[in-house]
Design a protein around this ligand. Structure first.
Ligand code: ADA
Length: 566
């Protein structure tokens, strides 16, 4: 996958994007499929979602993708896939090497080819709903679950010693000190091995190590003297490259610290008011795949709107989107996959494990992105039932364990009876006054009652983000009555929301309006009947990113509010 920086200079990496052979197998039993007998009678783009193409639109079933790649020797290799929906099984030269569930995270499959030459990679991909096999893709969720190899694919030659992960955390701003952790693996214990670290091309550390184990973690503290800090207004980035033996990895880091001070979120000690949108990764023509031009265009529009914040709803966003946010100074809430999960699901060890795995993958992939300032667990779960609490303890605990440097949250839609909110660092509330209940003139009172309740339950001193609020507007629907579903109603509602939250009050430190763009909803009849066009129409731009009336109103407010924080 082409990132905004070169991830490796030494490791042999083959980009697998392009046109793969394709076969739609349909509603067949996965285990009965004989891979060698598949007749590949079509072709498909990778990355891409097959069911966003006209021939397979709306179809669910098992499909097969096939490509070939060259390998130069019989040392360990790794296939790196950035997102396959919803479930897949990977075969290399006919042998199964990995199963994976969950479409929005990077994972990898290791194998050792028999010899130098050509290998054949087949990926069986399943976009059918199956709560056992893909517990994180459930039909009732309020978005259309597209299928396919939706994000990038690469083949890496690992050789005999390789870097598995690189994590960099800012430990002291004044001295520009960062802590670097490097996970490595190898085939055998090695003699002296060189470790070389450079920042922006300049050597900052050179050592010869005796690696006593075949795998382990190397930790070093580095002082990056004179390195400019990253902040939303000055998003300075630095290239940190590590070479271990013959392998290497480069990260583009930002020096910054996120902290909390009562009701405020601080970046480098400065309070930030988060002004933004919830963003889905969906497009009628590309499904969950995000072509570069779409990513650039979304970031341009978010900046044009005056945003400094994006909530990646309701799953980890494309890594290239995070790269662009790093450059633009857009702060990101990175959220694990989930939507409205019930207490039964949250008590099911299989579901909990799937969620924990996705959390691990999300954090591993986005750890070094300075734009990510907040980790979020599942959206709108049944957190008003105490039986859901152990699952949330596990999710938030895992996030903290993997990364103590960022605060954690989840989007709660039970502001008055949630029983897990004390577990978070930042309280985040989804609410729809003026849309699902009450009228526009009741919005301010509703926000006050949420604040009063938080105070009453001892959460009055924690930062508060209104993580969803909004109104549906069918694109082009304007009417003298300005009733619900018109663009005027949405514009009026969002005007009142922003005034109430930030001009007339200052309890909240953030807002992510629901939502940035319209998107297709689930095919379930109950869902479609409540969603004109079969779309969630609460976008401020439609699915082709054409602005609605509310765009200019939000833009005016957000630009005026930026920089006006005491
Ligand atoms: C919820 C949910 C969103 C969306 C929204 C709506 O708050 O988190 O994904 O479904 O409701 O539009 O009703």
């Amino acid at each position: 996958m082409l990132r905004r920086f070169r991830e490796r200079a030494l490791r042999q990496v083959t980009e697998l994007a392009g046109f793969w052979d394709f076969a739609f197998l349909g509603d067949v039993d996965l285990d009965s499929v004989e891979v060698a007998a598949i007749r590949f009678d079509d072709r498909m783009a990778v990355p891409g979602c097959f069911d966003a193409t006209p021939r397979y639109a709306g179809r669910r079933g098992l499909v097969a993708y096939r490509t070939r790649a060259g390998v130069s020797d019989a040392t360990p290799h790794r296939l790196v896939l950035d997102g396959v929906h919803h479930w897949c099984r990977i075969f290399v030269d006919g042998k199964p090497v990995c199963d994976h569930a969950g479409g929005f995270t990077r994972f990898s499959a290791d194998f050792t080819p028999r010899s130098a030459g050509e290998i054949v990679i087949v990926v069986l991909v399943d976009n059918r709903f199956d709560s056992q096999r893909s517990p994180l893709h459930l039909e009732y969720y309020d978005w259309y679950h597209f299928g396919g190899i939706a994000r990038g694919a690469e083949l890496h030659r690992l050789g005999d010693l390789w870097i598995d992960a690189l994590r960099v955390v800012t430990v002291d701003l004044a001295s520009r000190r960062v802590k670097l952790s490097l996970d490595y693996s190898g085939l055998e214990r090695r003699g002296p091995t060189e470790l070389l670290i450079r920042c922006n091309g300049q050597p900052v550390l050179k050592e010869t190590l005796a690696l006593g184990q075949t795998s382990g973690t190397i930790e070093r503290t580095l002082e990056l003297k004179g390195a400019a800090l990253w902040s939303p207004s000055e998003p300075n980035l630095h290239r940190l490259s590590v070479r271990l033996g013959d392998d290497d990895q480069c990260e583009r880091i930002g020096l910054r610290q996120v902290a909390l001070d009562g009701r405020r979120i601080l970046v480098n000690g400065e309070p930030v008011r988060l002004l933004g949108f919830c963003r889905h990764e969906a497009h009628p023509q590309f499904g969950h795949t995000q072509p570069e031009q779409l990513l650039v265009s979304d970031v341009q529009q978010l900046l044009d709107l005056g945003c400094n914040f994006v909530r990646g709803s309701h799953y980890p966003q494309d890594l290239r989107f995070l790269d662009l946010c790093d450059e633009a100074g857009l702060c990101v809430w990175s959220e694990s996959s989930g939507w409205g999960n019930t207490r039964q699901q949250l008590q099911d060890p299989h579901f909990v494990q799937a969620e924990l795995t996705t959390i691990d993958e999300m954090v591993a992939a986005a750890f070094n992105r300075p734009s990510v300032i907040l980790w979020g667990a599942i959206n709108e779960a049944e957190t008003n039932d105490k039986r859901s609490r152990p699952a949330f303890e596990a999710f938030l605990g895992r996030l903290r364990q993997l990364d103590p440097s960022r605060p954690v949250t989840y989007a709660c839609n039970h502001p008055f009876d949630d029983v897990c909110l004390d577990l978070v660092d930042v309280v985040s509330i989804n609410c729809y006054p003026g849309w699902y209940h009450g009228e526009i003139d009741e919005i301010a009172a509703h926000l006050d009652s949420i604040a009063a309740h938080l105070e009453a339950v001892g959460l009055g001193d924690r930062p508060l983000i209104i993580s969803e609020i909004g109104a549906g507007a069918i694109p082009g629907c304007r009417d003298w009555n300005e009733q619900r579903w018109t663009e005027q109603y949405q514009a009026k509602l969002l005007d009142v929301v922003i005034r109430s939250l930030f001009i007339e009050r200052d309890r909240a430190c953030g807002l992510s309006i629901w939502q940035f763009c319209d998107l297709r909803t689930s095919e379930m009849v109950q869902r479609v009947l409540g969603r004109p066009r079969g779309f969630n129409n609460k976008g401020i731009v439609d699915e082709y990113r054409r602005p609605k009336l509310a765009y200019e109103i939000v833009k005016r407010h957000y630009h005026a509010l930026r920089g006006k924080l005491a």
